[in-house]
Each structure stands twice: as structure tokens, then as C-alpha cells.
Design a protein around this ligand. Sequence first.
Ligand code: COA
Ligand code: AMP
Length: 627
Amino acid sequence: MSQYPSIYQRSLRDPAGFWAEQAEALHWERRWDRVLDDSRAPMYRWFAGARFNTCYNALDRHIDSGRADQAALIYDSPVTGTVQTYTYRQLRGRVARFAGVLRAQGVKAGDRVVIYMPMVPEAAIAMLACARIGAVHSVVFGGFAAPELAKRIEDARPVLVVSASCGIEPGRIVEYKPLLDQALKMSAHPVAHCVILQRPQCKAEMQAGRDLDWLEAEAGATPAECVAVAATDPLYVLYTSGTTGKPKGVVRDNGGHAVALAYSMRTVYNTAPGEVYWAASDVGWVVGHSYIVYGPLLAGCTTILYEGKPVGTPDAGAFWRVIQQHQVKTFFTAPTAFRAIKKEDPKGELRARYDLSCLRTLYLAGERCDPDTIEWARAQLKVPVIDNWWQTELGWPAITNPMGIEPYPVKPGSAALPVPGFDVQVLDVDGKRVGADEIGNVAIKLPLPPGTLSTMWGNEQGYIDNYLTRYPGYYLAGDAGYQDADGYFWVMSRIDDIINVAGHRLSTGQMEEVLASHPDVAECAVIGVADALKGQLPVGLVVLKAGVDREPETITRELVARVREQIGAVAALKKVLIVARLPKTRSGKVLRATMRAIADHQPYNVPATIDDPRILEEIAAALAAQE
Ligand code: COA
Ligand code: AMP
């Protein structure tokens, strides 16, 4: 008999009872007064009144229950030729000492710490050290440039920043410290202390009185014990792209987050304590927070922190080497990584050199997974390939194949069924549920389960306006999709100006702001065009100011450089086209969706409200000329 439907229905019928049972798996300093506090609905809170420490549950609890000598974290770094294993005891030792460093610098419970780090164990150590003393971390992805880092520092207002001298990208060293120094100069918020990890590949210049050498400070530190905080207190703030240049600070609490992640490790990922779990992502993204650091450690698994790429470090067999060497049972990455491997090794010749019999399941998320990639991965690995849909805001999968309850048939292109706790619905413009196979807006009926965002940092109204107002009583996901007659969800695209480039979420509005700031640009639009490797790539279309007679190539080069300097290499805007005018409606709205359809060779209707239909032909010619 199928179990999933009854478990799912129960999670919606009796959320408090359901999540109270899941919470038993964790250690609570003080139990909750109310599992689900709806006194300020729609601002729901989970485990109100409870006292909790996330670091204790991720490390100390396992040491106390016999896992002290089990590997907790394996750092595998093909770019530096390093493999280093930390047992739970060793990891706790470093985390406790670094927590002592933070405390000695005056960091207290509730204070923010910004972490701007490459994929080194110290990134995870810094996160867990914050959790240990109740401080709130905000990790900024290393591929972001100084102005983006500055925006996050201004919004989070940290008392301290943790960083490293450099990151290592294939073929180049990315010096982080000059970027940090620049960001601190740009930010209106003053930061008194920075802790810098000096890596052997490059030595950062330190500012006396402000910058502290990580290893020296750690060597002299007194280990700090765990500080229990309110379960509803924030564990971290993670910024993600919105539709404007201002990133949204997603706030995650302590108690609900841990309950949800521990539950997901069993139900979504079907893992047991002691198993090796690998999420090939970056700690700067939500996948890294939930499934490199917190999820696997809360579950007593061994996690892998991989500093490398799917291809080029050294070749397209890199993932298979890691899986074999560390006996990975569960592997999670973004479809784009598989497309990169498939491009370099379409016949799987490198794959055939490795014994991957340890692998049980591959999970893919971060972007829509095209059926071809799923089929290729399945043929190569001969294990189930499971898509799951979620977002930074949600913190853990909301739609998946419930492998830990029972596997359902895979339909390539669909992330399958809603996860217990998530009442996912597809709504029409008026908020009515649409019928099977009808496309609409993906929404989730409130309350969201534990582990999802509790608010936007310092901006509760922003949370309400962005997510809860479009459909009262529901969370608006910002995606369009449909549910088929078997109940499977097919999430197809965004409904806003967000694009997904190599599994990275980026705002076209933000790139437009950067292009528009160039003195020669009169107006512009950025659209996400389909790309066989990265899913989507941004393309800029700019109209120059009258009288500008500089070389077009010089201007486009400057525009590309400007986006890289202001947002970061990760924005991957490499194409900017100069056009005579942009297609608009008579009310002046730029027809981005129509341009996107033209670029993707998709059928499109010429909107009845268009100002001048001939402009679309000009745009089509400009886009065709650059292909
Ligand atoms: N620090 C500094 N720069 C970084 C960086 C970091 N942490 N991460 C990426 N960059 C740079 C890259 O070097 C690249 O620079 P370039 O324009 O000089 O080449 C640029 O940002 C774009 O990076 P990316 O989009 O990752 O493209 P890529 O061509 O380097 O690699 C893939 C393509 C598919 C191999 C890569 O995107 C990948 O591994 N994706 C996995 C998906 C993933 O981890 N998603 C996270 C969510 S699950
Ligand atoms: P992020 O917040 O960076 O995780 O990006 C979330 C967005 O990525 C979602 O809103 C979707 O648009 C897209 N996305 C993530 N996973 C999937 C998936 N499995 N299928 C379709 N779209 C996805």
C-alpha cells in the first residue's frame, strides 16, 4: 500500500502534530510552548518558546552519541591537490576554537557576521562557529564583485567579516582581500574587525588594527561552548536576487530549519546516519547552506566540501573520481554540471574508468532539468535520477520524488510530487486553482512548513509585499508551471525578471541598472536567452544616446566589463548588442518576453499594444547576426 499520500495529507491536516514528531530527532535545551505560532499570521513561527543550538545538534550531539571518530567533513580540492578529512571531534574542535575567536572579537548572540570565502573547510567552520555562539551568518558567494558584497554588508550590518586571501578558479587566482577592502570602503556601514584566512596560493595585505590572521587567532583561542538561542531566532541571512538591484535577505530560523533539514535528509534524500552525502555546489548558495553544511551534519552523515568544477579540474571525470574515492552514496548537483560533463565526454569514456557501485541516487536541482540531461545521467550512472524543485526562500525541496518514503515513477522534466508540509498549488490570475495540465502561477498555501524563510532581513513589509500579497493566504513562488492528472508538478519558468544561469539565480533588472549607468546608454534591456550548457545566458540590448559616435565595439566591451566589475564574473554577461530602439507597448513597457521568444526561435504573437511592430524585425535581425 502506498504510504506517501497519507503522510502528505496528514502533514497538511495536522502540521503541528506532524512537525512535533519530526522535532523529536533533535536536542532541545528547552521544549517549545507552541509548535506552530500563528498569533501574528501570516508571519508564522515554528517551535515558539523553545531554546535550541544548531551547532550542538550538528556536531556535539553526534560526538555524545558515538560518532566522534566518524568523518564529518571531507575537503576535496583538486585545484590545490588537497584531500583532508575531519572527524566530528576534529571539526567540533576547530569550530569551538573559531567560535572563541569570534567571541574574543566581541561577537555576541544576534550579531551578524559576513562570510566571504572560497570553498575551503574554514567557510563551513565559520558558519558553524557563528551558530555555536548564536551569531547570525551571512555568506556571500565568492563570484560576486565588491559592490555586491558592499550592498550585503550595508544591509546585514555585520560586526565582523570573515574572508580569505583568495579563491582558485581554473587557470586563475581570484584575490578576495582587495575585493573585501574595496567593499568595506564603499559600504556606509563600518566594520571594525576582519578575520582573514591566508592561503598559500596568495598572501593578503593586512590592515593593522582591523585584520586578524585566522590561523594565528585560532591557535591562541579559548574554545567556546554552545549558546542556546530562541528556536525562532535567526541562524542566517542569505541574499538572493530579486527583480531589482537590491538583493533580498532571506532569514532562516534555528529550530524549524534543523527540524526540516533533518527530515529532508531522510524523506527527500533517503539517507541514513553514517552515509557519505555530497552536494557539489558552493557554500555561497542555499544548496551549500542546506546540503553541504547543515543537512548532512544534522543527520550524522559525512559531507564533502569540493573545491573544483565538474570539468577541467582536471577533466570531465572529476565527479566520478570523488564519488569512487569517498564512496559517495547520495550525490546532488545542478543539471548544468551534467551538461558540462556531457559536452566534454558524451560517450562517458571517463565515466567507464571508475567504479561507482557505491552510488545509490543522483539528485538534481537549482534549475529546470531538461529530459535529455536526465536520460544521459541515468544511462551513465544507472541509478535513479531525481529532480527536485525549491528556492533560496524555501530552504529545502518543496517538490520531489519522495524517495525516502517510497519511490514513484520518474517523469523526466517533472520534479514530481509535493513534499510533506508543502501545500503546492497552481493558481490562475484570480487565485483559483487551475485544472490538470493548465499552466498557472506556482503558489504554496500558508503556513509554509518549518525551514522556510521567516521574513526578509530588516524588511517584514518587503516579505509581505513580495511573496504574500499577490494571493492572500498563499506564498507566491514566482514560477509558472502546471500539475498533471497524476498530481506531478511541472515547473517551467519564472514569471519575473529573474534568470537562471548555470544554476545561479540572477536578476536581469540588476544588470539593466548597471548598463543604464553607462554614460553613453539611453536605455536598455537584458533578456535571458536559452543556452545549451548554462540553461540561460543574459544578452543585453542597448540604445545609445543621440550624438554618441564612439566605436560600438569599445562601448560594448566597456558594458561587459562594467557588469563584471559591478556584479561579478558570475553574471556571465558576455553579449551586448547595440540597437536603434527597443520594442515597447504604447504605454512604454519594454517587450522583454517577446524579445526572448525571438532569441529562442519560439513562436510569438505581436502584442496588439505594440508601439511599432517593425522594431521587432530589427531586433530579430540584431539577435540573428550575433548567433
Ligand atoms: N569565485 C570567483 N569567481 C567565480 C566563482 C567563485 N566562487 N565561481 C564562478 N566564478 C567565475 C568563473 O570563473 C567564471 O569566470 P569567467 O567568466 O572568467 O570564465 C564566471 O564566474 C562564470 O562562472 P560559471 O557560471 O560557474 O561558469 P563556468 O564556465 O566557470 O563553469 C559550469 C560552468 C557549468 C562548469 C559551472 O557553472 C558549474 O560547475 N556549475 C555547477 C552548478 C552549481 O554549482 N550551481 C549552484 C547551485 S546548485
Ligand atoms: P534559487 O533561489 O537560486 O535556488 O533559484 C530558485 C529558482 O530556480 C526557482 O524559483 C526556479 O525558477 C528554479 N528552479 C530550481 N529548481 C528547479 C527545478 N527542479 N525545476 C524547475 N525550476 C527550478
